[in-house]
Design a protein around this ligand. Structure first.
Ligand code: GH3
Ligand code: MG
Ligand code: MG
Ligand code: MG
Ligand code: MG
Length: 302
């Protein structure tokens, strides 16, 4: 599940144009986590995208793209900006140190490297990174299901809304509400109700095909999915697919018409412009969901 945040080994990316330096650093940091290597800035950015490292040790002097430039690219990309960056350089001057910290680095280590100092600093920054990941997790995730919470949804929707305004691409959202869930609780109890919601959240996460499709718990038994670059037809298709996936779970619900848990889905899509707000998009989606309930539930409306 996308929400699972078990304590994975730390991931470190070592960037230096000298293979000898890389070998030395890898030796110094052995058994502190998983290590990836890059010998130029372009490779560093690509590997950072693929491997999502917690920490990047970055050489300053490199041909083509220097460490400051790499750092700037990393900090500009929301998918990469969380990595802690430590510059490793033979420059000793205060200006270089200031420049590194202003570029967004968390620390600055001078060559020649002192192995115990490097290990201690890396350990400190890995601990801080883990703590900030944990805080972000607590702030943005729903504790019961692990999907994004309402706060994160509001933030993500306004970011996506503005992005789609610029690109003139359609943005879709799909809202799902569990049918007869009050009866489910009455019949099976609240704890099993919670389990049912976790199963549904898991199925929604599994049914979103792209990482950019953000799954959020909107309210009690309501979930909402943001679908970037999806027009009405694509969003509607996703809504039907979602409804089918919940059918396939076949969670028993003796007080529902089909004897299994079903959901109603409302969808909407638009190319955001000045005449529309994120809030209005959610209202349209809510109206579509209301229509789906009105049509008898277990269906999808646009
Ligand atoms: P409808 O088909 O019209 O959606 O009927 P419904 O019973 O699902 O709708 P209603 O809004 O009347 O009830 C929603 C229920 O969801 C009531 C509430 O107790 C339950 N619920 C909300 N959040 C949770 C939760 O976190 N855990 C459990 N177990 N139940 C929850
Ligand atoms: Mg160098
Ligand atoms: Mg509801
Ligand atoms: Mg309901
Ligand atoms: Mg209701």
């Amino acid at each position: 599940m996308e929400c699972d945040q078990t304590a994975l080994p730390a991931r470190m990316l070592l960037v230096d144009d000298s293979p000898t330096n890389l070998r030395f650093l890898a030796h110094v940091l052995h058994n502190m986590g998983e290590i990836f290597f890059a010998t130029c800035g372009q490779d560093a950015l690509q590997i950072a995208r693929d491997k999502q490292p917690d920490l990047i040790l970055l050489d300053v002097e490199m041909p083509a793209m220097n460490g400051y430039e790499v750092c700037q690219h990393l900090k500009q990309d929301p998918a990469l900006s969380d990595a802690a960056i430590i510059f490793v350089t033979s420059h000793q001057s205060m200006e270089h140190e200031v420049r590194a910290l202003e570029a967004g680095a968390v620390d600055f280590i001078s060559k020649p490297l002192n192995p115990p100092v490097v290990r201690a600093r890396v350990r400190t920054h890995l601990t801080l990174k883990q703590q900030s990941d944990k805080l972000r997790q607590l702030a943005n995730r729903d504790g019961m299901t692990g999907v994004f919470n309402r706060r994160a949804f509001d933030d993500m929707l306004s970011v996506e809304f503005r992005r789609h305004q610029r690109t003139r691409m359609p943005l879709g959202i799909a809202m799902l509400d569990v049918d007869f869930f009050k009866r489910y609780n009455d019949l099976y109890g609240h704890l099993q109700g919670d389990d049912c919601l976790r199963h549904i959240a898991h199925a929604i996460v599994a049914s979103s095909r792209r990482p950019a499709e953000s799954v959020c718990r909107y309210g009690g038994e309501e979930f909402i999915v943001i679908l970037p670059n999806s027009d009405a037809q694509q969003t509607l298709k996703y809504g039907h697919w979602l409804r089918e996936q919940i059918h396939r779970l076949a969670l028993p619900h003796q007080a529902a018409e089909l004897g299994i848990v079903t959901v109603s889905v409302g969808v909407t899509a638009a190319i955001p412009d000045a005449s529309l707000s994120p809030l209005q998009m959610v209202q349209h989606c809510d109206q579509a969901l209301y229509a789906a309930k009105h049509q008898g539930r277990d269906c999808v409306c646009l």
